[in-house]
Design a protein around this ligand. Structure first.
Ligand code: NAP
Length: 215
């Protein structure tokens, strides 16, 4: 596929660009302030910043290109507006809070555990350069748990992306933890998203789960 990658010089983008090329895709990197000319592009992928991602996604959709958003921190109103645009153009808009398969499983296991241990709290820990808090993964996890679980955000040097879901009961604690040690962890999920993008219905899809389950 011909893939436009917004944020190709960033921490994730600089790992993703060569990995996409190695997997056989042709990559057009687009950095901050650069022209967004997407003629002939099959899909756009965004790993930028919360204040840039929705403009990039809008520009891609307006040029008839389906979009995969990895950037976290887009709010509900922005997603609604992009969903409407994607539907109007019959294009896919896939927003994935976490491309690491282990993190997808962490969310699934936490949801299953909360049926029995419904008192939960989330601790998310990230590198100090992460601009949004709480993380998109923590917010997506909280939406799948009962009530409104408190989210604790830690930003420290030395970390990449980590999350614990704590499920408490009388006299016991179940901790489900996922650690991302390097950004290579996100590559297979992005490749899967590109491979399956055309099989999704038009409009907004959130998360990798549906792609993992489809044949
Ligand atoms: P980063 O290192 O700050 O990289 C972001 C890149 O985007 C920078 O190169 C930046 O350029 C560029 N950029 C900013 N505005 C832009 C624009 N309008 N158009 C094109 N490029 C633009 O951030 P990161 O650590 O790679 O993370 C990127 C995003 O992905 C964050 O929101 C992060 O939370 C999220 N993330 C998601 C996942 C997932 O699995 N879904 C995994 C990891 C990270 P400048 O240097 O010029 O500012």
């Amino acid at each position: 596929m011909k893939v436009a990658l917004f944020g190709h010089r960033g921490r994730v983008g600089s790992v993703l660009a060569p990995a996409l090329t190695a997997a056989g895709h042709e990559v057009l990197g687009i950095g901050r302030g650069e022209e967004v000319e997407l003629a002939g592009i099959d899909a756009a992928v965004d790993f930028t910043q919360p204040d840039a991602a929705s403009d990039n996604a809008r520009a891609a959709l307006e040029q008839g290109v389906p979009v995969v958003v990895g950037t976290s921190g887009l709010d509900g109103a922005e997603l609604e507006e992009l969903d409407a645009l994607a539907l109007a153009r019959s294009l896919q808009l896939l927003v994935v809070p976490n491309f690491a398969i282990g993190a997808v499983l962490m969310m699934r296991f936490a949801e299953a555990g909360a049926e029995y241990l419904p008192r939960t709290e989330i601790v998310e820990l990230h590198h100090e350069g992460k601009k949004d808090a709480p993380s998109g993964t923590a917010r997506a996890t909280a939406e799948r748990l009962p009530g409104e679980p408190p989210i604790h955000s830690v930003r420290l040097p030395g970390l990449v992306a980590h999350q614990e879901v704590l499920l408490g009961g009388e006299g016991q604690l179940l901790t489900i933890r996922h650690d991302t040690f390097s950004r290579e962890a996100f590559v297979p999920g992005v490749l899967l998203a590109l491979e399956k993008l055309a099989t999704l219905p038009p409009g907004l899809t959130v998360g990798l789960e549906r792609l993992l389950e489809s044949p």
